[in-house]
Design a protein around this ligand. Structure first.
Ligand code: ACO
Length: 398
């Protein structure tokens, strides 16, 4: 790589690190992961303690402001978010313009992008007050976009946000997937969704977060960066994995087909979705918590036959040399899809349910990047392997 020279004085040494497997792109004080030991901490707090004692909105505050709030600050924060849950009428019309079967992630990407035109002041990313207001708006409005997209899909009237409810209870209420009159949200289910939101709130420099930072490094408004991050999350190897897990379980169809399926995976005919992680080479700590939540949810709802298939897949894979040798363990998405399904969400909404809580992480990482004096516009280099210089050949001579 010594041939690469940035300028005449450059001695030409660069690292070639495809997919940035071994490159730290930033210094960060937000989320700590030890992939070998299976540790995940937000601002120093273990994920297990936050999942047990905290709420999603409190965790979002912790990420963004760096410390847990006292009661007064938490009330203030909740109030800020609940004051921004209603969406602009242009967004309502935009959602209605989509086909009924449009993938919700496509709708989310478009709506968040459109928000940059509705709040043009957001482009002033150097003003801390402007930044803060966009954060309230994004965290407040993203659940409403999710619910309206769903109601549009099923051709039902939109339910306006009910700000007396918790963040997740309000989402369930607005979706009202049972189409019940006077729908009362089951607090067990709202709490389960809240725990899932805590687990998904941040995960340091994953594909979508790196996108948020990379696009944001051009100092574009946060809506445009967040729209790009959402697009990154849409992919089946990232936020689309929970959707892929459920489709895989449906395809397996029965516990007795599990050994055959595992054999096919080992022959390279597809992957065991919800298994493996770039960083966790031990158990994903979020998967442990989520497994417990799955059983709690199934006690409150009808049991799901796919859970049996998932448990059997996990049992066999954890004893199989192929998975052991490659350090492939269940990740956060292995059980989350089953829970989302039990809560009544259609499969296409699963990545959306990842994006809603991850907005807090993306925004926190974006703030950190903006305030880091060592950060510049992201601009990696490449190793050029194409043709050597050659002359243009006119069309008639080719
Ligand atoms: N099933 C079967 N084999 C697998 C799996 C899997 N889920 N994941 C990795 N492998 C195998 C690969 O085939 C490869 O085997 P080889 O060495 O014989 O070629 C080896 O394990 C290493 O795989 P890589 O692709 O190099 O691992 P990487 O770190 O790049 O990939 C990833 C991580 C993308 C998560 C991968 O494990 C995967 O595709 N998992 C399934 C999708 C998934 O669940 N994604 C969610 C990730 S978590 C999140 O985004 C919240």
């Amino acid at each position: 790589l010594r041939q690469i020279k940035a300028d005449a004085d450059d001695f030409g040494l660069m690292s070639y690190d495809p997919a940035y497997m071994n490159t730290a792109e930033c210094k960060s004080t937000i989320t700590y992961i030890d992939g070998d030991k299976g540790i995940l901490e937000y601002r120093g707090y273990p994920i297990e303690q936050l999942a047990e004692h905290s709420s999603y909105l409190e965790v979002a505050y912790l990420l963004i402001y760096g410390d847990l709030p006292n009661k007064e600050r938490l009330d203030w924060w909740r109030n800020r978010i609940s004051r921004h849950t209603f969406i602009h009428n242009n967004l309502v019309e935009l959602i209605q313009a989509f086909r009924y079967d449009a993938h919700p992630m496509g709708i989310l990407i478009s709506c968040v992008s459109a928000m940059s035109t509705l709040f043009p002041e957001a482009k002033d990313v150097d003003d801390p007050a402007v930044r803060e207001k966009q954060i309230w708006r994004i965290i407040g409005q993203v659940p409403t976009i999710a619910a309206y997209a769903y109601r549009n899909r099923i051709g039902r009237p939109f339910n306006q946000p009910d700000n007396s409810l918790s963040y997740t209870a309000n989402l369930l209420y607005m979706m009202d997937y049972m189409n019940q009159r006077d729908y009362q949200v089951n607090p067990v289910l709202a709490k389960a969704l809240d725990v899932l939101f805590i687990l998904h709130a941040d995960h340091e420099q994953n594909c979508s977060t790196a996108t948020m930072r990379g696009v944001g490094s051009s100092r574009v408004d946060p809506y445009s960066s967040l729209s790009a991050a959402t697009a990154a999350l849409y992919g089946p190897l990232h936020g689309g994995a929970n959707e892929a897990v459920l489709r895989m379980l449906q395809q397996i169809g029965n516990v007795k087909n599990v050994p055959d399926f595992i054999d096919r995976v080992k022959k390279g005919e597809g992957r065991l979705m919800g298994f493996g992680h770039r960083v966790y080479k031990n158990y994903d700590p979020r998967a442990k918590i989520i497994r417990k939540v799955a059983y709690e949810v199934f006690e409150a709802t009808a049991s799901n036959p796919l859970l049996e298939i998932a448990v059997e897949l996990e049992r066999i894979a954890l004893q199989d040399e192929y998975f052991i040798a490659r350090k492939l363990y269940p990740n956060v998405d292995f059980y989350s899809g089953l829970i989302y399904q039990a809560l009544g969400f259609p499969i296409e909404y699963f990545p959306f349910l990842f994006a809603i809580p991850r907005a807090a992480g993306w925004l926190t990482q974006w703030l950190e990047m903006l305030d880091d004096p060592e950060q510049k516009i992201m601009r990696p280099r490449q190793v050029y392997l194409g043709a050597a210089r050659r002359d243009y050949v006119p069309l008639e001579q080719r």
